[in-house]
Write a protein that binds this ligand. Structure first.
Ligand SMILES: NC(=O)c1ccc[n+]([C@@H]2O[C@H](COP(=O)([O-])OP(=O)(O)OC[C@H]3O[C@@H](n4cnc5c(N)ncnc54)[C@H](O)[C@@H]3O)[C@@H](O)[C@H]2O)c1
Length: 348
């Protein structure tokens, strides 16, 4: 008898696929329902290895469709939700903010409407970002009580959805959890994001674009450590609370790119320094946040989580994965991954 039926939204995306795998494999008593509309960022090839597991179901659906979501939550008797589905790329949010409001804000509200009407004792766990806190100077850290100051349409949409989650907790008694995490990296990340883009471009000797002066600072967390933190918060977190998640790996973008270049020279047996020659400074992103740094001591002290990978180890694992999975990358860059759902699911 299963103890929980957990809906994980956005499970075909980068972080979501690691969370889905972790829950499916580590909790065979749970039923895991992965709901994802498969935008350009959704790739079911990420979950090829677990798609035959008896406690795993995939549903192609859109969180912007309220009536469909209500139906699915009832049909599958969902007990809990871990909500990752989102539009997630800052540059895309500057080009097309409406999509971010529709999915990240409206989609979250639609999911909560459906969930609160189920009247389960389970939890709505909203996965958010440290970008809601704005930008830091040279010093200081974001804590859970830092005032929100979102500065891009992406972070404004995530901040808005965080507010709605807390408001639903207050107004409707919804059991909720929120986590705000720093930048993730690792296997299966769509190559529009900095780390996979740099690895891919070095391989093909293409330019490595660096915004502005390259001094933008981010904290980096290995994606499996994020999935573990989500597991810990889901099981041990206090309902109604927020937890910051960080990797204690603060790096300036230029330092990060140089570190990848050095590692790639070794892996590809190229002359030392040859990858760095590909670095090209490009026009800055408008309103680019200078520094993010996160204090995750609440999560560490209260729930006992800490990251298992430091950056030097995590980046080696990541580079290994991209070099060993050239087929995955080729499918993503050619667009072939978008036919996987039709080929594998619709013909069954
Ligand atoms: N990537 C990071 O560094 C990072 C850091 C902190 C928090 N987050 C948050 O974690 C979550 C996942 O991020 P990611 O990097 O894995 O994103 P991603 O873009 O790789 O994946 C998002 C997934 O959501 C799905 N999706 C998008 N719109 C949908 C809709 N309307 N209905 C159903 N599914 C939809 C996509 O198909 C995709 O599979 C997001 O909520 C993001 O804000 C990401």
């Amino acid at each position: 008898m299963s103890t929980k039926t957990i809906l994980i939204t956005g499970g075909a995306g980068f972080i979501g696929s690691h969370v889905v795998r972790r829950f499916v494999v580590q909790y065979p008593d749970y039923n895991i329902v992965n709901l994802d509309v498969l935008t350009y960022a959704g790739n079911l090839e990420n979950l090829r290895d677990i798609e035959g597991k008896p406690n795993y179901t995939f549903i192609k659906a859109d969180i912007r469709n309220q009536s469909e979501i209500v139906k699915i939550l009832h049909e599958y008797r969902i007990s809990d939700i871990i909500h990752l589905a989102a539009e997630s790329h800052v540059d895309r949010s500057i080009a097309n903010p409406n999509a971010f409001v529709e999915t990240n804000v409206m989609g979250t509200v639609f999911l909560m409407n459906a969930f609160k009407d189920l009247k389960t004792s389970g939890v709505f766990f909203h996965i958010s970002t440290d970008e809601v806190y704005g930008s830091l100077g040279e010093t200081g850290y974001f804590t859970e009580s830092t005032a929100y100051d979102p500065r891009s349409p992406y972070s404004a949409s995530k901040a808005s959805s965080d507010h709605f989650v807390r408001a639903y907790g207050n107004s409707y008694g919804l059991n909720f959890l929120i986590s705000n995490c720093s930048n993730n990296y690792g296997p299966n990340q769509f190559p529009e994001k900095l780390i996979p883009l740099v690895i891919n471009n070095i391989q093909y000797r293409k330019a490595l674009p660096i915004y502005g002066d390259g001094q933008y600072t981010r904290d980096w967390l290995y994606v499996e450590d994020h999935a573990e933190a989500i597991d810990v918060i889901f099981h041990k977190g206090k309902h109604g609370e927020t937890y910051n998640i960080g990797g204690d790996n603060e790096l300036k973008n230029i330092e990060l790119v140089r570190a990848i270049c050095a590692e790639m020279d070794v892996r590809l047996s190229r002359e030392k320094g040859s990858s760095e020659e590909l670095i090209t400074y490009v026009k800055d992103r408008p309103g680019h946040d200078r520094r993010y740094a996160i204090d995750s001591s609440k999560l560490k002290n209260e729930l006992g989580w800490k990251p298992q990978h430091d950056f030097s180890e995590g980046i080696k694992l990541t580079i290994d994965w991209y070099l060993e999975n050239s087929r995955w990358l080729a499918h993503v860059t050619s667009g072939e991954y978008q036919t996987y759902y039709e080929e594998q699911y619709l013909k069954r």
